[in-house]
Design a protein around this ligand. Structure first.
Ligand SMILES: [Zn+2]
Length: 409
């Protein structure tokens, strides 16, 4: 077992107290960024005792918990770059849909690709995510659009977890789009059977005029509760459907997107234990409305950031890019943005007792930035991550920073 001493960092991000499952955003400024050292004792964050086997020179660096990306659509097949060009050059959505774009396009690609091709693409992306500091991620099903293909999506999500350095969670987004030949109600019967017969960590639904309605969200809430699974929901992305009160009544773990959140729903959401997952990559690349993130933070919501990594609306895998967008577009501080992709994101995945903050006993998923934390959003689109540790092991080191790990004990 190796003991790693990360020595002399300029800034180390710490929560205001240990043992918090989440930190409401009106307390984000209580997180500290003071200089210091961190000890990785085997696979956990530890305290000094015995021999040090690796000393990391962290002068000039910021030490953070590894990023947690709690909202991705991995694994998926292929990309949709041609559709993106149509969108940005002003081709109407109906025409894109008629020419075979959208979720249906990704479902066809998913069906046509071999297991190995899908996993190979997802492993490559997970490798990129490691270099930008993501040490835990969630992936959703949803590109199957049939019972058998959704089962396959769960199986591939689990297989991916076996093949990457990160810890992963699999969410059954069985209610993503209504498959051809089904009504939404009839498909929800299949969703219920899928929930009974697949191994998933949470259930999710896409509530939108073109997909599912609040009554289906309500039903998924009952399905999730009966099986002890957390409920998540894509809501208020393109239209105000007033889904948030329904999700709150169902005890949802998170409501995701919220670009069209109704003002009267903001207070109850902020007061609840349902996290507000904000996806500025989708908002930016889709030219969507902006979620009222500043108001949510001020009201003390449990705010979270994710990439929404998917081939349609947010082909973005980098949390540093998402942090840059959030700080500028939401008017958030660096601490607010960092809290939202560490501890609070771990809460969404039910993992905040394991990861998400630098506390003794938590898994030693730790990243080094080669700059002060403030440079992360400020030098937008630069990746400052120079070393990544997963469970105490250095799993990625940027070549120009290798010297930091060559000091020995
Ligand atoms: Zn999504």
């Amino acid at each position: 077992m190796t003991t790693v001493w990360i020595a002399g960092a300029d800034e180390v991000l710490r929560p205001p107290e240990d043992g918090l499952p989440y930190l409401r955003h009106d307390r984000a400024e209580q997180m500290t960024l003071e200089g210091g050292d961190l000890l990785l004792d085997g696979d956990a964050i530890g305290t000094f005792s015995g021999e040090v086997s690796l000393r990391v020179d962290a002068r000039g660096c910021t030490v953070l918990p590894g990023f947690v990306d709690c909202h991705t659509h991995l694994p998926f097949a292929g990309w949709r770059a041609d559709e993106y060009e149509m969108k940005v050059t002003g081709v109407p959505y109906e025409q894109i849909a008629r020419s075979g774009g959208g979720i249906a396009s990704s479902a066809r690609a998913f069906g046509a690709a071999s297991d190995e091709a899908i996993l190979a693409q997802a492993r490559t992306i997970a490798g990129e995510m490691l270099t930008t500091g993501t040490t835990t991620f969630e992936g959703k099903t949803g590109y199957g659009l049939s019972v058998d293909a959704e089962r396959r999506a769960v199986r591939l999500g689990r297989a991916l977890g076996e093949q990457v350095e990160q810890s992963t969670r699999v969410t059954g987004l069985f209610a993503h789009a209504v498959p051809t030949g089904f009504t939404a109600d009839a498909w929800m019967d299949e969703v219920e059977r899928l929930a009974d017969t697949t191994d998933v960590d949470a259930l999710d639904i896409y509530v939108e005029t073109v997909a599912f309605a609040n009554e289906h969200l309500e039903r998924l809430g009952r399905i999730a509760a009966a099986r002890g699974l957390p409920l998540r929901a894509h809501v208020e992305q393109f239209a105000a459907n007033r889904s948030v009160p329904v999700a709150l009544a169902a005890g949802a773990r998170s409501v995701d997107h919220l670009a069209c959140l109704q003002p009267e729903d903001l207070g109850p959401l902020a007061a609840s234990e349902t996290a507000a997952v904000l996806l500025p990559g989708a908002e930016f690349l889709g030219d969507e409305a902006l979620a009222p993130a500043r108001a949510l933070a001020d009201a003390g919501a449990i705010c979270v950031l994710g990439t929404d990594l998917n081939p349609g609306t947010s082909p973005v895998a980098s949390i540093p890019a998402i942090v840059g967008l959030a700080v500028r577009r939401y008017g958030w501080s660096v601490r607010e943005a960092l809290l939202a992709c560490t501890l609070n994101a771990a809460y969404v995945l039910g993992m905040s007792d394991e990861v998400g903050s630098l506390e003794t006993g938590k898994r030693a998923d730790v990243i080094l930035l080669d700059t002060p934390a403030a440079h992360l959003p400020y030098r937008f689109a630069r990746n400052p991550v120079c070393a990544v540790f997963v469970a105490g092991r250095p799993v990625w080191v940027r070549p120009d920073s290798a010297w930091r790990l060559e000091g020995g004990a």
